[in-house]
Write a protein that binds this ligand. Structure first.
Ligand SMILES: NC(=O)c1ccc[n+]([C@@H]2O[C@H](COP(=O)([O-])OP(=O)(O)OC[C@H]3O[C@@H](n4cnc5c(N)ncnc54)[C@H](OP(=O)(O)O)[C@@H]3O)[C@@H](O)[C@H]2O)c1
Length: 155
């Protein structure tokens, strides 16, 4: 299985890489090789390599700065997941994508489930929610994990 892992130098991506390597051939171009905000470059890369699976651990994660950098947050968190889904749909590849508890407003007393109404409070949460919707509407087989407060060996 050919796997494209994005965000390999991030907290989640760096932890995922050794695990994914036991499942197949992992390609994980860093930002210097593939700027994920550059949509034509992303399309060219995916069409050339045709990964069976894209694991999208890249994101714009500066939650506070996102309020001033809306365009940058939406490029990575909203448009990229949708684009990856549309590209994979072209030939039957799948996507695993990471989202966040920031799609909720946190006022609920108890745990959230997948079917609960989303209500993001800021730009970061809205951009991540838009990414979920874009990927789900892309038609590609996809899994979305809403994670929270990740911790591991690297940060
Ligand atoms: N960590 C948590 O506690 C937490 C909680 C909830 C949800 N999540 C979700 O989990 C996922 C991974 O988060 P994380 O904490 O691992 O994030 P992170 O440590 O900030 O890593 C993000 C990665 O995305 C890459 N990236 C950003 N913009 C890029 C661009 N234009 N081109 C190429 N690469 C780019 C970064 O590259 P550089 O290394 O070059 O900057 C970095 O490797 C995200 O979807 C996030 O929303 C994380």
């Amino acid at each position: 299985m050919k796997i494209l892992l994005t965000g390999v130098n991030g907290q989640v991506g760096s932890a995922l890489k050794p695990l994914l390597m036991s499942l197949g051939t992992v390609q994980s171009p860093p930002r210097e090789e593939l700027d994920l905000a550059d949509a034509p470059a992303v399309a060219a890369w995916v069409r050339r390599h045709r990964p069976h699976l894209i694991v999208n651990a890249a994101a714009y994660t500066a939650v506070d700065r996102a309020e001033q950098e809306q365009e940058a947050a939406f490029a990575l968190n909203a448009r990229l997941p949708e684009q990856l889904g549309r590209l994979q749909r072209e030939w039957g590849g799948a996507v695993i994508h990471y989202s966040t508890d920031y799609v909720f407003d946190g006022t609920r007393d108890g745990a959230y489930t997948e079917g609960d109404e989303t209500a993001p409070l800021g730009v970061y949460g809205r951009s991540k929610r838009a990414g979920e919707e874009g990927l789900m509407s892309s038609g590609a087989p996809a899994l979305i994990f809403r994670t929270s407060w990740v911790y591991g060996l690297h940060g």
